[in-house]
Design a protein around this ligand. Structure first.
Ligand code: ADP
Ligand code: MG
Length: 249
């Protein structure tokens, strides 16, 4: 479904991504791991069009989408959440998701149909699927951090993506919230058949949910393989996990 080939991003000569390689098959849950500064967010920013690559290719369903604008990539079926929460704080949860649904359907709020009656069923269904329906009328800014991160996933689902990209979906979450998010991702993958690409620091979570793990260091891909193979790879243990003794995975 997604094939990233020798992707590069230079910021004033500094190669934040330096030949990254990534393959995501339809239906898979793929994790990208690597130390802070490895280039994970920059990689995701290029896949979703926030920043143009300096070199390389991004094949999505056999089309090279490298350098396309974010809204065009979104329409092709890729949605994402951000490492730092990105929601409309002063709108309700319902309105946050409704905007995404209406935007996909290319409908704008207009004078002939009150916005409140539009896309109601689908918006409610999405909120229900992430476990936030009870809080639909709350103002998003009043939610807990964990719920805000989940709301962001709900907004991404409003685009009905084929590929969902999550940048550190459990960052700043309590262990309980992390467990809820893990179950949510398992449900989105298992029940809805969504393809998920995410990066994450919580190794317990990564190794319990990912079918494939790609390890990045200094903008490069060290390996992409199933969890067991990654766990036993000497180069990964040395480079990323700080040697076998400290390895917690
Ligand atoms: P990660 O998400 O793996 O922690 P990032 O992709 O955020 O890593 O960053 C990779 C490297 O690129 C870091 O050294 C970071 O400082 C640098 N970087 C990221 N974005 C920019 C930017 N807009 N301008 C300059 N340097 C950047
Ligand atoms: Mg990051």
């Amino acid at each position: 479904m997604l094939r990233v080939e020798s992707l590069k991003k230079s910021f004033d000569g500094f190669l934040a991504v330096n030949g990254a390689v990534l393959n995501v098959s339809r239906g898979d849950v793929v994790a990208v791991i690597g130390p802070n500064g490895a280039g994970k967010t920059t990689l995701f920013n290029m896949i979703t069009g926030q920043i143009p690559p300096t070199g390389g290719a991004i094949w999505f369903k056999e089309e090279n989408i490298a350098g396309l604008a974010p809204h065009r990539i979104c329409r092709k079926g890729i949605s994402r959440s951000y490492q730092v929460v990105n929601i409309f704080n002063r709108l309700t949860l319902f309105e946050n998701v409704q905007v995404a649904v209406l935007s996909r359907r290319r409908k704008t709020f207009n004078i002939f149909r009150p916005a409140k009656t539009m896309a109601v069923a689908e918006t409610r269904q999405i909120l229900d699927s992430v476990g936030l329906l009870e809080k639909a009328a709350m103002i998003a800014g009043a939610l807990s951090h964990g719920d805000q991160k989940v709301l962001e996933i709900a907004i991404a689902l409003g685009n009905r993506p084929e590929l969902l990209i999550l940048d550190e979906p459990t960052a700043g979450m309590s262990p309980e919230e992390t467990a809820v998010t893990l179950r949510l991702m398992q449900r989105l993958s298992g029940e809805l058949g969504l393809t998920i690409l995410f990066c994450e620091h919580d190794m317990g979570m990564v190794f319990s949910i990912a079918h494939q793990i790609m390890v990045m260091q200094h903008g490069r891909t060290i390996i992409q393989a199933p969890p067991a193979e990654v766990r036993n790879n000497p180069q990964v243990r040395e480079a990323y996990l700080g040697g076998a003794d400290e390895c917690s995975v």
